[in-house]
Design a protein around this ligand. Structure first.
Ligand code: OVV
Length: 407
């Protein structure tokens, strides 16, 4: 057996084309559209020799792989490393990197905390914070939207909702970048992100302790599940770590990309202002169109077959969600940002038992921010070039200069 990039090196399956591409090349990560299109065009699966993975870019196979947790497991890691063969950089997440039945029990705890009902309890706080932020940005007129809006908003409401006694925006964001870059190969992106680990990881670990969480908030509710005997004290700390890992960069990215979509499609912003019922569909369309998590892996846990392609046990499958979400076979005019389409079945939040457990929270944040924008902002214009920030798993903006005018 040969190990390559932390997992089993596989033979090229029959009827699969070989593509000499580096999906983690910063140029592709910054501007993935052509890579996505070519990946879809080459077939249901493509073999990428540089990483010895099977990549899928079409909607159908992404859906099938994601929907079958038993054949395509998460417990061997959702990045390039196979946890059966290599030790990961941190203890595996007990919700992301685990299979049922353990997964089911742990996810249930988070599901309760982030239920639609729980989100309704946060609505007023979210609305007030959003109105305050948008008012301040309107006073400025021109601003750097990644830092001053996309990062600023979750960095305010999320630590508050968590009940963190001490927060640090830079560390929270850099930890997220580390978690997601860690899913890729041992490239410069991963190394640069990991270089911050000695400083950030102990800080995050400290934040996960019961005594560093206020008596109300998601954190306290996780520990209440430990008190109730649903999980152990140690598992509670791990679930708080999961919330801190997955709750910041994802929503930052979603908000920034939503603003970019509206800035670059002014007709769609006009449409949204004329019909507030399009607010939710507009955010779903942003998720489909921009895919904040561009790819996640699964590992074949048995010899199997998908779309007539034989897949051997131990194969890493690179599920390119960003490509699946632009599949013309699934969405007519897939490359058009159209808020009146209802992109049901998009893959941006995954699918199956591991589908994003924080999606209600993400939607609640987006709803608060974009309701304030629709109510107060007349026009959204780019005030310079949008620049993307390459990450091995996240497709996010680095800079987004924006000018708001008042309504
Ligand atoms: C969905 C997600 C992303 C990153 C980290 C985690 C989960 C976690 O559980 O740590």
């Amino acid at each position: 057996m040969k190990i390559h990039e932390g997992h089993l090196a596989i033979d090229v399956p029959e009827n699969v084309s070989v593509w000499d591409v580096d999906p983690y090349d910063p140029a592709i990560l910054s501007n993935p559209a052509d890579y996505y299109a070519e990946l879809r065009a080459k077939g249901p699966f493509v073999y990428i020799p540089k990483y010895s993975v099977l990549a899928c870019g079409r909607h159908q196979e992404n859906k099938e792989v994601f929907s079958d947790w038993a054949r395509f497991v998460s417990s061997r890691g959702v990045g390039l490393q196979d946890f059966k063969l290599e030790k990961p950089w941190r203890d595996p997440s007990i919700v992301l990197e685990v299979d049922p039945p353990e997964h089911t029990k742990n996810r249930k705890v988070i599901m309760r905390i982030l239920s639609p009902k729980a989100m309704r309890g946060l609505k007023d706080d979210f609305r007030v914070a959003a109105e305050r932020l948008i008012d301040a940005l309107l006073d400025k007129g021109t601003f750097e939207a990644v830092e001053e809006l996309a990062e600023a908003y979750p960095a305010t409401v999320f630590p508050n909702a968590m009940g963190l006694r001490e927060s640090d925006r830079r560390r929270l964001i850099d930890y997220g970048a580390m978690v997601f870059n860690a899913l890729g190969p041992d490239n410069l992106l991963r190394r640069n992100a990991m270089a911050k680990a000695p400083e950030i990881v102990p800080w995050i670990t400290e934040r996960c302790r019961r005594e560093n969480l206020k008596p109300t908030g998601f954190g306290a509710t996780v520990y209440a599940a430990a008190d109730a005997g649903d999980i152990t004290e140690e598992e509670a700390g791990m679930l708080v770590r999961s919330l801190l890992s997955a709750g910041v960069d994802t929503t930052v990215t979603g908000l920034g990309s939503a603003l970019w979509c509206l800035a670059t499609n002014p007709d769609q912003f006009e449409l949204l202002k004329s019909d507030l019922s399009l607010l939710r569909p507009a955010f779903e369309e942003t998720l489909r169109y921009t895919s904040p998590v561009h790819s996640f892996c699964r590992t074949a846990n048995i010899d199997t077959e998908v779309s007539g392609i034989k897949i051997e046990e131990g194969t890493k499958i690179l599920c390119v969600l960003g490509a699946a979400n632009l599949d013309e076979g699934q969405w007519p005019d897939a490359n058009k940002f159209d808020i009146s389409r209802k992109p049901v079945g998009h893959m941006a939040l995954g699918a199956g038992v591991h589908g994003c457990v924080g999606q209600n929270l993400a939607r609640a944040e987006a709803e608060a921010v974009f309701t304030a924008i629709v109510n107060k902002v007349g026009s959204i214009k780019l005030a310079g070039d949008a620049v993307w920030r390459p990450n091995n798993a996240i497709h996010a903006l680095d800079r987004l200069p924006i000018t708001f005018t008042r309504k």
